[in-house]
Ligand binder design. Sequence first.
Ligand SMILES: C[S@@+](CC[C@H](N)C(=O)[O-])C[C@H]1O[C@@H](n2cnc3c(N)ncnc32)[C@H](O)[C@@H]1O
Length: 424
Amino acid sequence: MKLSQSLSFRLDSTGKIRIRSSDISPEFFITPDIFWILKAIQMNIPLPKIPQYIKETLKNTHVPNDYSQDIEALISEGIILNESSYNTQENLLSDSWIQWSMISDDIRTKTYLEALQKIITSESTVMDLGSGTGIFALSSLHFGAKKALAIEESYWSEKIPLLAKRLGLPVDRLEVFSGNSMNIKDMKSPDILVHEIFGNDPLEEGLIPYLMDIQKKIKPNHILPQKISVYGQACEIHPDSSLFYKIEAFQKYSQQKVTEKTPFYDLFLKEFIDINHWNDLSFTYKITAQDFIPRSESLHLWSLSFKDLSSFKTKDRTPKKNIASNNCHNLDFIKNTQNSEKIVTKPYVFLLWFRMHVDNDLTLSNHPLQDDYCHHWSLIVVPFKNYPNLNEPLEVKSGVSQDLLSLTVQVKQNHNIIANRGDR
Ligand SMILES: C[S@@+](CC[C@H](N)C(=O)[O-])C[C@H]1O[C@@H](n2cnc3c(N)ncnc32)[C@H](O)[C@@H]1O
């Protein structure tokens, strides 16, 4: 056993020790003996010797002889990792709160469940790639599937049989693989492969390499989701958005001409942009409908069908050859009759967003103005470094990075690049 690497402690104003398993999980307080259990684990003291160690450390304090229940609780909070989990993945996805944020997004989860329920029969075998809590594998059993295999590399894999039991599901029809799908050598082709390994940049969790790998081993009849589509939209940042001053300053200082009279503050910000090579600035952000004003249509950039990944050539990742038929698109700004300005000085961004086609009819997107929006994913913000000319079209090219782990986009106006997300 060892401690989670993302663990943090805090001594609050009343002197209590507060702990959290990651930056985004809830904080709770622990008693001094629990603190010393963690210390003992860090020092590799064997479990049976921990009570003795605590007795010696906390002299004069009555301590129990058995800490197994406390240790169980610390494991389930992701604070202590046991062997099967730290041999596999020690990351944020082991955090219960992160898993909760996924399953509690009812639009996301119920869309998947609806798609599964439509196709599951008593003959179905279902493989759930990246099963997290096991929600799709266990729901498949609930819908009457013959078999479900859950593949999960975080410590959550251990909890899946427990949840199955508590839910009264046929545990004998459930198989759990604790580890990364790349490490499975032999597997039988299931009827249905369901996967949800989409990040905020949908590719960042290894979607393409993992699906490519698994498709070398199996040939499922159905794959859910079937396809991903990527879109882009030029937007103005709303003055009330917390992004407004940041993007406005980025645009201003990206273009700053330095003279002898340039104030030190301006020089500082310009240098900061330069040393960070922010001609390629982009980030994922939980943008809301209040953060932006659309200034163009959403442009469909490309789609990738997951059924065809076997033909996805790793050497040739340009969307032109691999993903879309036409890689360079023109995008016009929406004409604003009240706005006679040619050059705007407002903060502008290119929003890169995605839609997943769970099946032919059911889709999910991360764009807050789309009907199929679900809260779970952020989208990618690519700030403009020049103020755009609203009368000139943008030329947009998008694709996949060399390592297949991120989306790329290049936005030009009059042959000058004004927004770029390159290889990360
Ligand atoms: C985005 S979560 C989705 C969890 C669950 N399917 C759901 O929808 O609530 C992705 C999960 O897949 C796991 N994962 C990602 N890639 C994996 C792989 N190649 N093999 C095993 N687990 C993987 C992660 O640990 C994480 O728990």
